[in-house]
Design a protein around this ligand. Sequence first.
Ligand SMILES: NC(=O)c1ccc[n+]([C@@H]2O[C@H](COP(=O)([O-])OP(=O)(O)OC[C@H]3O[C@@H](n4cnc5c(N)ncnc54)[C@H](O)[C@@H]3O)[C@@H](O)[C@H]2O)c1
Length: 259
Amino acid sequence: MKLANKVAVVTGGARGIGRGIAERFNAEGCRVMIGDIDADGATATAKAIGEGCAALTTDVSTQAGAQSLVDAAVERFGRLDICVNNAAIVRLGLLLDLSEADFDAVMAVNIKGAFLTGQAAARQMVAQGGGGAIINLSSVNAIVAIPNQTAYTVSKGAIHQLTRSMAVQLARHGIRANAIGPGLIDTELNQDVWSDDPDGYGRLMARTPLGRAGEPGEIAAVAAFLASDDASYVTGETIYADGGRLALNLTLGPEERGS
Ligand SMILES: NC(=O)c1ccc[n+]([C@@H]2O[C@H](COP(=O)([O-])OP(=O)(O)OC[C@H]3O[C@@H](n4cnc5c(N)ncnc54)[C@H](O)[C@@H]3O)[C@@H](O)[C@H]2O)c1
């Protein structure tokens, strides 16, 4: 087991990719405290995962909410080794239309939440004597842009540099910081985002050489690697698990698409 006797916090772990990460970490011997604003979802997920997994209802976009998640993990499991900053939201809007409130809402969760939770986690890791791993969920949108996802795209670009900033500052404490940049992953977030665009999935597949959406478990596998000693010399990196999307220029024709 890659993560035996480790303790992790996973923000946004009630569903989707965060849930997949919580499940995989638990299977690798790690105790997990899920922090999610969705009380019922978080409780149900922790219950389904079972022993070694607990949940806290919290809003990680506030300092108190982020700190309470780290405190809950330490109180329940005695220490903290891994912090996964996964919680994020999308507010659709073109540059010419996007409201200040929607821009602020996305930044508060996606970037401030990762900063606050990562800061609280790193402080705990340093107080324990150092060592640990931080994993931030980025996106292919850190590199390329979707027109009506202005705020989300900006927030993921910021995650890229938050990760590097964390890595260069925390290395002296033996703490590594990396990010994962998924392409299209089959979660409720995407169902919400693309529900008004029946052609959206086809257009994304024309940009995806592997020809399919990814599964949360495929992102969780990358997270397990980055959290483990197998990645002991990896810090400040973003791994793009995107089915080849960023490698592709132009779009694929029908005969070039995968299965
Ligand atoms: N699904 C994809 O295709 C995809 C692609 C690239 C990147 N990502 C990134 O992966 C991560 C997870 O995405 P997902 O598809 O699983 O999303 P999701 O919407 O399915 O899950 C997000 C979770 O975060 C929680 N959350 C939202 N605001 C919160 C807050 N303030 N405090 C605590 N919890 C909060 C939600 O309740 C939910 O459980 C995100 O960072 C997302 O940007 C996803």
